[in-house]
Design a protein around this ligand. Structure first.
Ligand SMILES: NC(=O)c1ccc[n+]([C@@H]2O[C@H](COP(=O)([O-])OP(=O)(O)OC[C@H]3O[C@@H](n4cnc5c(N)ncnc54)[C@H](OP(=O)(O)O)[C@@H]3O)[C@@H](O)[C@H]2O)c1
Length: 174
């Protein structure tokens, strides 16, 4: 099922950083800390809506003010207090309904982790991916396969931070 926006709607956007094998995490932590990705992330999502699974929320730095956060969780095992800008949803159907509703007014960014990228790959119209030129042994969370027959791929930036090469790639649904 592909979710298409009504005219004038905003978009559902996936945003992630991943390695050469689509790896995104290990032991519930990110694999790298790139200032480029952090800045881009903040710049993109601020003032919009971010959607994430409980594990990602538990490790999210508390600096996304002015950004509505929707968290998917049945257990509600949170390791921090939930601010006024956090809404917890306990099932996928309600989450998708909420995203469709919210994306009429603001862009909705799906920001991880693996479970959320899998759930929303077919609903997104755009993806912003920081592709990091590293392969991480023992990674245990992955971004889904990007089928290039379904997405237009455009490299927006290529750069290097310390010893890490990366590119910033925009994917637009065909
Ligand atoms: N590189 C990147 O861009 C990036 C971005 C984000 C995260 N990550 C990495 O990704 C990894 C985490 O991914 P993850 O998949 O383990 O965790 P996650 O997607 O952040 O959260 C998983 C949790 O979401 C809830 N959930 C997921 N599907 C659900 C459903 N159908 N119904 C109800 N609740 C549901 C469950 O919470 P409950 O158990 O409470 O029910 C589940 O335990 C970490 O290593 C993290 O560092 C990487």
């Amino acid at each position: 099922m592909v979710y298409t926006n009504k005219k004038g709607d905003k978009m559902i956007i996936l945003m992630a950083s991943m390695g050469n094998n689509n790896e995104i995490g290990k032991d519930n932590e990110n694999l790298w800390s790139l200032d480029f990705h952090k800045d881009k992330f903040k710049q993109e999502v601020e003032g919009n809506v971010v959607v994430m699974g409980r594990n990602t929320f538990n490790e999210l730095p508390d600096e996304l003010d002015n950004t509505k956060k929707i968290v998917l969780s049945k257990t509600r095992k949170f390791n921090k207090q939930l601010g006024k800008d956090v809404t917890v949803v306990d099932n996928v159907l309600d989450l998708i309904k909420k995203c469709r509703q919210l994306s009429q007014k603001k862009d909705v960014y799906i920001v991880g982790g693996e479970s959320m990228f899998n759930l929303f790959m077919d609903y997104a119209q755009k993806m912003y991916i920081t592709k990091v030129d590293k392969s991480v042994e023992g990674a245990d969370a992955y971004f889904p396969e990007i089928k290039l027959q379904e997405w237009d791929e455009k490299v927006l930036n290529k750069d290097k931070e310390k010893d890490t090469n990366f590119s910033f790639v925009e994917y637009t649904k065909k």
